[in-house]
Design a binder for this molecule. Structure first.
Ligand code: ADP
Ligand code: GLC
Length: 484
């Protein structure tokens, strides 16, 4: 029997992306489609969705959501052709730019209203009220923005629900008056419901009410059940541990150095010359001295505490006499953006910084870097270390979350047995970052060892196929569950 799945997400590459959730929401449904699953995405129709010019959208339904008209449009993902339902309402479609915050960097004040409305529209789709021709067996919701979907569907036997935690630090917590304003059933206002220390929590909707919970690496699935990483939800997650599983993310087909059109030269593990060409081109693009005898360490990501940006900035001011180059592409908290710009101005021979969001440059950084540093305080999965492995760009990572699951430290033993893929910091502070830079520099100046680590890294397979098969098995198991 073919399985049908409604995949609910607040962003999906290439239509809208702020981070890894979009990569997952673009690639996983495509991989599931290849396995024969009838998967359809539902997401908000933001003002500037990256639809192709020739792409059509067709209206499927006009819903009445608490007295407001909401249109459901249908289109397809530009590359994969996966069907997409767009929830069209002015609080989404009349705004440009980042889907969660305004140009001033503050969250939109009506985010709970917008995402509650989105959840109600998704529930209408999930129960055949919006598109009567299609009824999913499973609804797969992602992160707090979709947390109300499992809560609202809880009363029904079908469809079943799967909820994925991409990042427990973002919970969608709002005050009690918000709960009242949203017109949610009072049966949800309880401590084993949406209530969270007197407030309402969107993410609890997903954790409490979904049939299965997943997160994006096995290690993070363990970590979030501890006080240190549980953000106040570890008790609840321990309570639901039998329904919680970690499934590692994969790499989409657009992250492949053999075919990557963003690179100046494509390359593969058996023909690595292209990597040098990319390095020189990247140094030129960023205004760094063009040298092949210096390690070029790169970083791409959101500039926030999660990613250890503050510690990285400290380390960059303590480089001393180290002969290394560092390139950073990111956007995020303005204090970090300013501090990074200042570092680059003070040390232009070694440090280059680009503030902003640039998909092409992110690819060229992976292609041209010798190493990629991720000093994350926590990291549910992390995609850039996976891209780095694929691109032979040695990952320097903190031993947490998905980083610990995917990078094997370089030691004499792992160099011998062919498993070494990166430099792993067992704890995290500024000195650990400097240590990782020194470890990598030493490796860089031992070309035989560096080549070995690169080969090991590039031989890793983190495609979406295996992850999609795990999700499919989980959907099947969930779909045949008897109601309790
Ligand atoms: P997170 O989702 O926590 O931000 P991930 O490592 O899972 O972290 O995914 C981040 C994704 O966003 C990667 O595809 C990365 O290349 C991309 N990305 C982050 N910041 C930028 C940026 N400034 N420019 C281009 N791509 C970026
Ligand atoms: C989150 C996490 C990141 C993960 C991504 C996709 O944004 O921070 O670690 O890779 O979601 O699952």
């Amino acid at each position: 029997m073919s399985l049908s799945v409604l995949f609910a997400t607040s962003e999906a590459y290439p239509l809208m992306k702020t981070g890894g959730l979009a990569d997952v929401s673009g690639a996983l449904p495509a991989a599931l489609t290849e396995l024969g699953v009838d998967v359809r995405i539902v997401m908000p129709r933001y003002g500037d969705l990256a639809l192709r010019e020739d792409q059509t959208t067709e209206q499927v339904a006009r819903l009445d959501v608490l007295g407001q008209p909401v249109d459901i449009l249908r289109t397809a993902m530009p590359d994969s052709g996966v069907p997409v339902y767009l929830v069209d309402h002015p609080t989404f479609s009349a705004r440009q730019g980042n889907p969660y915050m305004g140009p001033d960097g503050n969250s939109w004040h009506d985010n709970p209203d917008r995402f509650a409305l989105f959840a109600r529209a998704a529930v209408a789709l999930a129960t055949g009220q919006a598109d009567p021709d299609w009824l999913p067996d499973v609804v797969h919701a992602n992160d707090w923005q979709t947390g109300l979907i499992p809560a609202l569907l809880h009363e029904a036997d079908t469809p079943k629900t799967v909820f994925t935690l991409h990042n427990l630090a973002y919970q969608g917590v709002f005050d009690r008056s918000t709960f009242e304003r949203l017109g949610l059933p009072w049966s949800l206002w309880r401590s084993d419901g949406l209530e969270f220390w007197g407030n309402m929590s969107f993410i609890k909707g997903g954790i409490v009410f979904s049939d299965r919970i997943t997160t994006v690496s096995p290690n993070y699935a363990r970590e979030i059940q501890t006080h240190e990483f549980g953000y106040g939800l570890d008790g609840l997650l321990r309570h639901r541990s039998e329904s919680l599983v970690g499934i590692l993310n994969g790499i989409g087909s657009d992250w492949e150095p053999e075919t990557d059109s963003a690179l100046v030269a494509t390359y593969s593990s058996s023909a690595l010359e292209g990597k040098q060409t990319n390095k020189a081109a990247l140094q030129k693009e960023l205004g760094l001295p063009i040298r092949d005898d210096v390690p070029l360490i790169v970083h791409v990501g959101r500039l926030v505490e999660q990613k250890g940006t503050d510690l990285l900035i400290q380390a960059l001011s303590m480089l001393g006499q180290r002969d290394v180059q560092f390139a950073c592409l990111g956007s995020g908290e303005s204090r970090f953006e300013q501090a990074l710009r200042a570092r680059a101005e003070a040390d232009p021979e070694r440090i280059a910084v680009r503030i902003g969001y640039d998909e092409g440059l992110a690819h060229r950084m992976e292609g041209g870097g010798d190493a990629f540093i991720m000093p994350s305080r926590f990291e549910p999965c992390g995609l850039n270390q996976l891209y780095s492995l694929r691109y032979g760009t040695v990952p320097l990572v903190h031993h947490v979350g998905g980083l610990a699951d995917t990078v094997t430290p370089v030691t004499p033993a792992t160099l011998r047995d062919g498993t070494a893929t990166g430099v792993v910091m067992s704890h995290l502070d500024m000195n650990a970052i400097l240590w990782s830079i020194d470890e990598f520099s030493a490796l860089f100046h031992r070309p035989d060892n560096l080549a070995r680590v690169r080969q090991n890294a590039m031989a890793q397979h983190y495609g979406w196929g295996a992850s999609a098969r795990s999700y499919l098995a989980l959907y099947r198991e969930t779909a045949i569950d008897e109601p309790e």
